[in-house]
Ligand binder design. Structure first.
Ligand code: NI
Length: 177
């Protein structure tokens, strides 16, 4: 396994619709999935999509740790998951607003509205189909990574750029809460 280079905003691979994986069981795809997990971990992210490692393919990896859930609702928690050719369905279009960052836009954070309750499905590298409902950070990270497969970045989802800030300055924000 290897840690891959991460594409940064401005590279066209992040602005194209990624294409379906034709053979999810191929050794090349298995290697790419493993490398994406290692790259996400090395970068200390909670999600990564294949265009972020310069591969215009519909693959994403993510997790939602229990400590990120305030309610303890199991739908807010997800183990490390790799999804190939995922599909996404909005179950409750009501939005929650929370901070997001992106490994392709290093150093910045912004407040982004996301649908509160979703269902998603996709294939794992072992060929199993995963179907889950998600809320909280879990729903947020899946929507963020799915957007990468459509060439969309979180900045595009911000109704108000006033909250856009460098992480290093957000200490003032949290101190003011
Ligand atoms: Ni991102």
């Amino acid at each position: 396994m290897s840690v891959l280079e991460i594409s940064k905003m401005g590279h066209p691979v992040l602005r194209r619709r990624a294409r379906e994986v034709e053979d999810p069981a191929s050794p090349e795809i298995r290697t790419l999935c493993a490398d994406m997990v290692e790259t996400m971990r090395a970068a200390e992210g909670v999600g990564l999509a294949a265009p972020q490692v310069f591969q215009p393919l519909r693959i994403m990896v993510f997790f939602a740790p229990p400590e990120s859930s305030q309610s303890g609702d199991p739908m807010e928690i997800a183990p490390l998951t790799t999804l190939i050719n995922p599909v996404l369905e909005i179950l409750d279009p009501a939005h929650d607003v929370d901070w997001e960052g992106c490994l392709s836009i290093p150093g910045l954070r912004g407040l982004v509205p996301r649908a509160r309750h979703i269902r998603y499905s996709g294939l794992t590298p072992k060929g199993e189909r995963v179907t889950r409902e998600a809320k909280g950070l879990h729903a947020r990270v899946v929507q963020h990574e799915y957007d990468h497969l459509e060439g969309v970045l979180y900045l595009d989802r911000m109704p108000d750029l006033m909250s856009l800030a460098f992480e290093s300055e957000l200490v003032h924000e949290s101190a003011g809460r």
